[in-house]
Design a protein. Sequence first.
Length: 49
Amino acid sequence: MDDAVNAFLALSLSSNNEDKKALSLALESLSKHLPRYNKSLLNYSRNLK
């Protein structure tokens, strides 16, 4: 999915008290734009699922 769409999906998940899923999705999407932290963010996002 497009990262902009993921941002709104994460907000919707959070509004539905699915904070772990929301944070996981947000971190996964953000990791694509932060090459230095890509691996770390992906690992954190996977651990939240």
